[in-house]
Ligand binder design. Structure first.
Ligand code: SF4
Length: 194
């Protein structure tokens, strides 16, 4: 069974939502087990079942591929809608979560705090075709290396080009201890060999 290991929560939810009709009929216990790795799985199961019912009632069981329709579904905000458009339909979207917002402000791409304004400001800087991949890369960089309080600058592959280099420890060993995730060893090998 797909366990969502190593995937963003939203991408995992996309995979768990192949079809509204199927979701509505899904046994609650099975659904909870399916999404347990994402955390808060009981609340999420309630939301997903409500979402499945809304998909059946409003969209004949299909997930719509329009932002304005997606954001009217229960529990679906603009961030999730953009993930769905990008991951499920291949339609470019910028996903502004806490990591994305923090990093693009840290890099000086925008000073905006409001997620929608961040989305539009960053969208002006990159070709539309790159939006989905850009979002994924920035979010994963924030999760693994460029943390909020102590970014791992000394073990960061972007260090040479980053205007915020030095906000975190610049010593390699100290910074390496801050790097997180399944790809940790691979990332550290990349940096130490460059
Ligand atoms: S050098 Fe530091 S601030 Fe810049 S991206 Fe890397 S971890 Fe973040």
């Amino acid at each position: 069974m797909h366990r969502c290991a190593g995937e963003p929560d939203d991408a995992c939810a996309v995979r768990a939502l192949p079809h509204g009709r199927r979701l509505r009929g899904r046994d609650r216990a099975e659904l909870e087990e399916y999404i347990r790795p994402t955390g808060f799985y009981r609340n999420k199961a309630t939301s997903l079942l409500g979402l499945g019912a809304a998909l059946v009632e409003r969209h004949d069981g299909e997930v719509p591929n329009k932002l304005d329709q997606l954001v009217k579904l229960p529990g679906v905000g603009r961030k999730t809608a953009n993930v769905v458009l990008g991951e499920a339909f291949g339609l470019p979207g910028i996903t502004v979560d806490t990591h994305f917002g923090r990093l693009v402000r840290r890099w000086g791409w925008t000073a905006e705090e409001d997620p929608v304004k961040v989305e539009f400001a960053v969208g002006d800087l990159f070709p539309r075709k790159d939006w989905t991949m850009l979002s994924q890369r920035v979010i994963w960089h924030g999760r693994r290396i460029c943390h909020a309080r102590k970014p791992a600058c000394g073990a960061c592959p972007l260090a040479r080009d980053c205007p915020a280099f030095g906000e975190g420890p610049t010593d390699f060993d100290e910074a390496a201890a801050l790097v997180k995730g399944d790809e940790r060893e691979h990332l550290l090998a990349l940096v130490s060999s460059s």
